[in-house]
Design a binder for this molecule. Structure first.
Ligand code: PMV
Length: 368
C-alpha cells in the first residue's frame, strides 16, 4: 500500500478524476456504533448495480485547501459540508489536500426523492476519486508483466480496495461495504478470517454462484426523506434496553448466514434476512424516543410477499433499510415471474407504482 503523500504538490498538478460507486443493501444490519465509526456488530451486504453515484473531482494545486461541491449541477453546500468535514477531520491521512483546490460534481442514478440513502454510494465514489488523486501524486507502480507481478498486482488491488473501504467507513459507516463486488462483510467476526471493524472484506469468493446474480427490486412505498437520520438512529442504540441481546443475535446471524451463503441454503438465507429487517425496525420501535419507519403499505407488501412465497414456492424474500421501502430479493432465474408479479400486484402498493429493478453488482468503476 502506498503511504499517504506528504511531499510538495508540483505547481503544474491539475486534472480531473471520475468514479462511480454503488449503494449496497445490508442483510445482517449494522445498527449501533462506537468510537470512530466502529460497528457494534458485523454486517453483510449485497453490493448493488443500478443505484449508484457518479462523482467527478477536478483538482488543482493551490496555496491552501479549497473545496466546492455540486450535486446534480447545483452547488450544494449542505452535502459538501459533510465531505469537507470528513477531509478536515482526517487530513492526517490526506495531508496533500492542504495544497489542493477541489471541485466536486456528483450525481445519483436513482431519483433523489426515492428514499434510497445515498451516503454509501456517494462517499465511496468520492473516496475512490481521492485515492486516485493521491496515486497520481505518488506515481504509477512499476509492474513487470510477469506472472508473479500479476499476482502481486492482484494483492495490491485488494490492499487498495481495503484502504478505500477504510476511508469510506470513516466517511459513512455502511459505505465501507460498497467498494467490493457482489457481497461484503464489515466488522470483526471470529467466523471469518481477515474480517475487521475498520474495513470491509470481499465475500465474492466465498459465496454460492446463485448469490452472484441475485436481484433486488426496490419497491418505493414512500419517497419522503427519512424521519430519523442514521446518525441519530445509531445513537439511540446506546440507551436501547435490547442492545446487548441484539448484538449477540447479529453475531449469531452472521455465522449462520455466512454458512448459508457458501452452501446456497436459500431457506436459511430467507429466515435470517427477513428476521434482520424486522429486528432493525423493532429496535427503532423500542428506542427512546421511538420511531415507526414502516408505512401501512410496507406491511401490506410484506404480507403479500410471504403469501406469494408460500403459494408459489419461489424463494423470494424481503429486506428493509431504515425506512419504509421494501427490497425484494430473489434469484435471477425467477426474474420473469417475479417482475410479472410486481407489475400486476406489488406495484399497486408503491408510490405512483414506482419500483427500481436492481441487482447484485461489481463495485466501483472508473469513469475517466
Ligand atoms: O452507514 P450509515 O451510518 O448510514 O448506517 C446504515 C444503517 C443501515 O442502513 C440501516 C443498515 C446497514 O447496515 O446498512
Amino acid at each position: 500500500m502506498n503511504e499517504a503523500f506528504k511531499g510538495e504538490v508540483p505547481s503544474s498538478f491539475q486534472g480531473k478524476v471520475g468514479w462511480q460507486s454503488p449503494s449496497n443493501i445490508a442483510l445482517v444490519k449494522y445498527w449501533g456504533k462506537k468510537g470512530k465509526q466502529i460497528p457494534q456488530n458485523p454486517s453483510i451486504s449485497f453490493t448493488l448495480s443500478e443505484c449508484r453515484s457518479e462523482t467527478f473531482i477536478g483538482f488543482e494545486k493551490a496555496d491552501s485547501f479549497g473545496f466546492r461541491f455540486f450535486f446534480e449541477g447545483k452547488e450544494n453546500p449542505a452535502f459538501g459540508a459533510k465531505i469537507e468535514k470528513f477531509l478536515l477531520d482526517y487530513q492526517a491521512f490526506f495531508p496533500f489536500i492542504n495544497q489542493l483546490s477541489l471541485n466536486v460534481e456528483s450525481r445519483n442514478t436513482f431519483p433523489h426523492s426515492s428514499g434510497i440513502a445515498s451516503s454509501a454510494s456517494s462517499m465511496s465514489a468520492f473516496v475512490m476519486g481521492l485515492l486516485e488523486i493521491e496515486s497520481k501524486l505518488v506515481g504509477p507502480s512499476t509492474g513487470s508483466g510477469t506472472e508473479s507481478s500479476q499476482a502481486l498486482e492482484l494483492v495490491e488491488r485488494q490492499i487498495y480496495l481495503q484502504k478505500a473501504s477504510y476511508f469510506s467507513r470513516l466517511a459513512s459507516g455502511s459505505a465501507a461495504r460498497s467498494v467490493f463486488p457482489k457481497m461484503a462483510l464489515w466488522g470483526m467476526t471470529e467466523t471469518y478470517k481477515g474480517s475487521s471493524d475498520e474495513f470491509a472484506v470481499s465475500l465474492e469468493n466465498n459465496i454460492h454462484p446463485i448469490f452472484k446474480t441475485y436481484r433486488d427490486s426496490i419497491l418505493i412505498v414512500s419517497s419522503e426523506k427519512k424521519s430519523v437520520s442514521s446518525r441519530a438512529g445509531h445513537g439511540l442504540m446506546e440507551g436501547n434496553p435490547y442492545a446487548l441481546a441484539r448484538y449477540a443475535q447479529a453475531n449469531e446471524n452472521i455465522k449462520n448466514l455466512l454458512a448459508a451463503l457458501k452452501s446456497g441454503d436459500l431457506g436459511t438465507f430467507i429466515n435470517i434476512t427477513e428476521s434482520e429487517a424486522l429486528q432493525l425496525h423493532a429496535l427503532m420501535m423500542c428506542s427512546n424516543p421511538s420511531f415507526i419507519l414502516m408505512k401501512p403499505n410496507t406491511l401490506n407488501l410484506i404480507n403479500e410477499i410471504r403469501v406469494f412465497r408460500e403459494e408459489t414456492k419461489i424463494p423470494l424474500c424481503f429486506t428493509l433499510d431504515a425506512g419504509p421501502n421494501v427490497h425484494l430479493l430473489y434469484p435471477e432465474s425467477e426474474t420473469e415471474k417475479v417482475e410479472y408479479y410486481i407489475k400486476n400486484v406489488l406495484a399497486d402498493y408503491c408510490d405512483q407504482e414506482h419500483w427500481i429493478a436492481d441487482r447484485v453488482g461489481n463495485g466501483p468503476k472508473k469513469l475517466l
